[in-house]
Design a protein around this ligand. Sequence first.
Ligand SMILES: C[S@@+](CC[C@H](N)C(=O)[O-])C[C@H]1O[C@@H](n2cnc3c(N)ncnc32)[C@H](O)[C@@H]1O
Length: 337
Amino acid sequence: MQQALYHPEHGYYSSGRCAIGRHGDYFTNVSVGPLFGQLLAAQLAEIWGRLGNPDKFVVVEQGAHHGEFARDVLESARKQWPNFFAALRYRIVEPFSILQDRQSQTLQSLADKVEWYDSIEALGPFIGVHFSNELLDAMPVRLIAGGTEKLVDCDGKNFVFVEKPLRESGKFNQAALDWVENVAAKLDRGYVVTVDYGRAQSRSQVTVQVRARHRHLDSPFDWIGYADITAHVNWTSIAQCAETHGLRLVGFTDQHHFLTGIISEIGGGGSPKLSADDWGKSPLSDSPKSKRELQTLLHPEMLGRTFQVLALAKKVDPAAPVVGFKFARDPHQTLGV
Ligand SMILES: C[S@@+](CC[C@H](N)C(=O)[O-])C[C@H]1O[C@@H](n2cnc3c(N)ncnc32)[C@H](O)[C@@H]1O
């Protein structure tokens, strides 16, 4: 997975070949249209208020693809919440120069708001939010079962799996766990919000999913470097790891409930942390396009239940949940943490 996705020259992501959207390999929330970023901008604005409207509020995004989510958030903030926009600083963590170039093209008109970093380690401590959409499912996993591990070998002609006794230590999703630890170390005060598809406590064996041109392929050895390879996120292990590194689990729900929470507050025009004037401006419109986007994001049989949202926090008032989680159940109970 590491090589197939991230080999400097041939990797699916690092080569810039990854294509998302109708004419690409798969859809994401971001590729549905600008509404996802617009709704998340409302959530970010509410968090800004919750943190006491700091003069400098940093949003770090990792896995920003071509910068569409960043553009949707920044444009929405500029239009709807000028004071929040003035405080907003956007940082994209992007290791691949080809993607950095595409992101900077998308964000040309917002260039003074955005900075790029090659890795989380290169970031300074920040107050604000670390956001990601479908980042964790793209992190390499190990196929561990019991005392054995499936490794990749070559039989002279083709790649094949070979089962070997487990030798190296580490968890099946060690890359994702290391990521949580790194983010926790950089977040001074605020939230980590990550959206992805996964399961709570995962009892079953890890399976990888291979997708290209909106089709599922049978094997990760098909179309290497031209297909996406992902694995379900094990939310419980991410939350547990976060809690041992100074973050608190403050929210977990499916995307349907998360977005409904945000929308209900926008519609109601009131939030304890933002003035009614600030909060009441809704990105929702009556246009057929906007309605279609909303349905795709919310509908339980479309993306509404496929995706879940996890929120972790540091040094924030634990009293009330952020708006996206107002309809969510207790995250500790849901995740068994
Ligand atoms: C499935 S794509 C999601 C793209 C985008 N967030 C969206 O929703 O359309 C996963 C992205 O995560 C990026 N990624 C994976 N590991 C990363 C890391 N350690 N740092 C930054 N980006 C990473 C990949 O390069 C890829 O662009």
